[in-house]
Design a protein around this ligand. Sequence first.
Ligand SMILES: [Mg+2]
Length: 233
Amino acid sequence: MHLVLFDIDGTLIKGGGMGGRALRQAFEEVFSVSAVENSDLDKVHFGGRTDPAIITDMATALNLQIEDPLHPTFVEAFLRHLRSNVDTTPELKTCPYIPELLQSLHHDPRVCLGLITGNMEPGARIKLDPFELNPFFPIGGFGEDGFERHLLVGAAIERGRNHYDIGFDPEEVVVIGDTQNDIKAGRAHGCLTVGVATGWVEEENLQQANGSAVFKDLSPENGFASWLNEQLS
Ligand SMILES: [Mg+2]
């Protein structure tokens, strides 16, 4: 049995920058600073990082002292803005072949599914809801689990063990994501790691992270299904 963990942004869906927009709106609302159009925030890096790490960097760029990046008042504002951005972002879409792939893995008796994302869990659920992808993912590792992405992988494996009642060995865990950070986080736990170039990182740059495999997208034409089948058998 294998635990297959999917990143969200750039891997399952593309969100047209709505997460970053909602964070800027939350800063503006909670701290009364100009954030939505603030170019100081443009340098904050998002790819493959966790919400607490991103929020901390955004606060620093705005010269704000914050003790808890996941303060409930801020999180409530962020999630509310995220929800309204989901409703008003026409670019929001699933990455190629994702709905079909999840249906097929869901019915594969060799596979258990989970998420591995720097989003806080409620934010992750809000992003997946329009596509009805949440039921595929009873568990995951999320932004609440730590600043560093590898901590999220450990949390996801632990939750997978509890939920599916299976102790997955590291080599029975597949971590799929669209950045080098995703691959590094999976490698830190000895997992199989898949880079997929449906986000913002080119295939050749993903190759440099020395993961188990890199694909243009997760469609059968580009080889992911046959690669995974080999690992599962
Ligand atoms: Mg991503």
